[in-house]
Ligand binder design. Structure first.
Ligand code: ATP
Ligand code: MG
Length: 557
């Protein structure tokens, strides 16, 4: 896939167009995003969110946010809250349609009774191990449970008693009565309810039987009147089962459509695996800026618009593939380039004294805030006799094409003056300070005689500068697909994925920005103020460098 926008419509939108032509759902388009609250959302979920909410928006339809909270043991309030925050932040609105699967436990229970009454479900006393053994495998058909032909009355009685708490965990289950010889393993009398004496975050201790995902999921869509139940490919095999439940019950029938999930290079995309990174303290929480979580990306400084743009560019398909991380970064750069104000900051300061300025010299340079956006206006940047430049912008013995500062060489201080290095002050081998001479007729950075000066450096005035701690990030893993490598994925964590620099010096205007503000440090990349910032310490994250590796990859291909 290139960086061009999708050409034409994807297969899901074509299906919807066809339904709208034939009037299948009376022109209604109603989707949902159904996360399980067992972790924080990741960029893969963003694809699903953009697809479901995006389609609803485009077709004048609706999209529900529904928590699939059928499993009481793994789900937590913290996850519900974070998911709500993330979907909102991405820019989507479910209006008054925030639902929980647990809202439907009563209805599902009644529907289960209906299935039992039809003779289409039975209570089984086999334990989990036996059930799995009786199920057979892909090449061997399963065997009927000895409890499969219980009379309807007995099944009703037992299921009600299961619900009333008369049995222990695992003692009995309710199963659909389909076909133990079915070529699709999901159709071999799947379990619908299990006994779990566990408290649920929504329903408390009301229930001790909980519906299985496969029984619950299709019903939830049916109950909510969803038209297009969009899900990832691994549910293709479950599709016939969802249809079977719906047809047996004779309830409203949504259409399930499967698409390929998003995979990204250099990262992993599974809540369970990401939880391992958090719990093993390999990262600093779910919102660590190195995480592929939405909250991590937010903290890193990825704008929601860039994530949405990325999701639209990758499109949707029926075939699994892996997208280059660099494309996501490209979308982030493109967005930040348009929206970010420019500032100057020095990560690794080296003092420069301008010998031909008076000690108390102070002047304010007029600087354009964003060359890409005139409406961003201008600001005043203080300049004085003593400034900092980036240590690696100076070389005592420069190589041939080093156009930055060196003894006797002239460079442009961005938005200020042309300066020539006249002396180098050292302590041992370490350069401590540079002495420079400014061409005072070059204010703004232009040579009065038009002479060519190649190098342009960023700088900050020492007496005006604010100090900051800057965290820079690199890929979390060293290999493209950590899950396909031998051993644990944590064996492939990048030891240099986080670099913390203290004592960085930034222009004073940066201190006025609040947490969450994005900006560019000229020549260094895009940055964001971190929420760890306090009155005493300014903490800044580097979102991304300026080098567009995606553009480079495209050129090579
Ligand atoms: P994980 O394996 O990370 O836990 P999941 O599929 O179990 O993911 P859910 O909370 O069940 O997570 O997912 C909510 C929705 O997001 C589902 O419709 C699912 O298909 C979709 N989704 C999850 N991962 C991806 C992905 N990588 N790409 C696209 N959609 C995804
Ligand atoms: Mg899941």
């Amino acid at each position: 896939m290139g960086e061009d926008e999708r050409s034409g419509k994807d297969f899901i939108r074509e299906i919807i167009d066809e339904h709208n032509r034939t009037g299948k759902y009376d022109g209604r388009v109603h989707t949902r995003f159904p996360p399980e609250p067992n972790g924080y959302l990741h960029i893969g979920h963003a694809k699903s969110i953009c697809l479901n909410f995006g389609i609803a928006e485009e077709y004048g339809g609706k999209c529900n946010l529904r928590f699939d909270d059928t499993n009481p043991t793994k789900e937590e309030e913290e996850y519900v809250d974070s998911i709500i925050e993330d979907v909102k932040w991405l820019g989507f609105d479910w209006e008054d349609r925030l639902f929980f699967s647990s809202d439907y436990f009563d209805q599902m229970y009644e529907l289960a009774l209906d299935l039992i009454k039809k003779g289409s479900a039975y209570v089984d006393d086999l334990n989990a191990e036996e059930i799995s053994e009786y199920r057979g495998n892909v090449t061997t058909p399963g065997r009927n449970s000895p409890f499969r032909d219980r009379p309807i009355e007995e099944n009703l009685d037992l299921f009600i008693r299961m619900k009333n708490g008369e049995f222990k965990d695992g003692e009995k289950v309710l199963r659909a009565k389909i076909d133990m010889g079915h070529p699709n393993m999901n159709m071999r009398d799947p379990v619908m309810y299990r006994i779990l004496h566990a408290s649920h975050h929504n329903t408390g201790d009301k229930w001790c039987v909980y519906p299985m995902y496969d029984w619950a999921h299709g019903l939830e869509d049916s109950i909510e009147g969803i038209t297009h139940s969009i899900c990832t490919l691994e549910f293709e095999n479950h599709h016939p089962l969802y249809d079977w439940f719906i047809e047996e019950l004779g309830v409203y029938h949504p259409l399930q459509i499967e698409f390929a999930r998003l995979n990204l290079t250099y990262t992993i995309m599974s809540k369970r695996k990401l939880l391992n990174l958090v719990e093993g303290n390999y990262v600093n929480g779910w919102d660590d800026p190195r995480m592929p979580s939405i909250s991590g990306m937010r903290r890193r400084g990825y704008p929601p618009e860039a994530i949405r743009d990325f999701c639209s560019r990758i499109g949707v398909a029926k075939i699994n593939s892996t997208i280059a991380f660099e494309l996501l970064e490209h979308c982030v750069r493109e967005n930040l380039n348009k929206t970010s104000p420019r500032f100057m900051g020095v990560l690794d300061p080296l003092k420069v004294t301008i010998e031909n300025l008076p000690d108390d010299h102070e002047e304010f340079m007029d600087v354009v805030n964003n060359p890409e956006d005139e409406s961003a206006g201008k600001r005043k940047v203080p300049f004085s006799k003593e400034i900092y430049i980036e240590r690696n912008d100076f070389m005592e013995e420069p190589f041939k094409k080093f156009f930055r500062l060196a003894p006797g060489k002239e460079v442009r201080l961005r938005n200020a003056y042309l300066v020539t290095c006249t002396d180098v002050i050292k302590e041992g081998d370490v350069v401590k300070e540079l002495i420079c001479r400014a061409d005072l007729d070059s204010r703004g950075g232009n040579a009065p005689d038009g002479r060519k000066v190649k190098g342009t450096l960023h700088w900050v005035s020492i007496k005006h500068a604010a100090q900051a701690k800057v965290r820079s990030y690199d890929k979390l893993f060293t290999v493209e697909d950590p899950l396909s490598e031998e051993g644990e994925s944590t064996d492939y964590l990048n030891p240099d994925s986080l670099e913390i620099k203290k004592g960085c010096m930034v222009e004073p205007a940066v201190k006025e920005l609040g947490p969450g503000s994005s900006f560019q440090f000229e020549r260094l990349g895009y940055f964001i103020i971190d929420p760890d910032t306090t009155e005493k310490e300014l903490v800044i994250n580097r979102t991304i460098t300026l080098r567009d590796s995606w553009a480079k990859m495209q050129k090579k291909n």
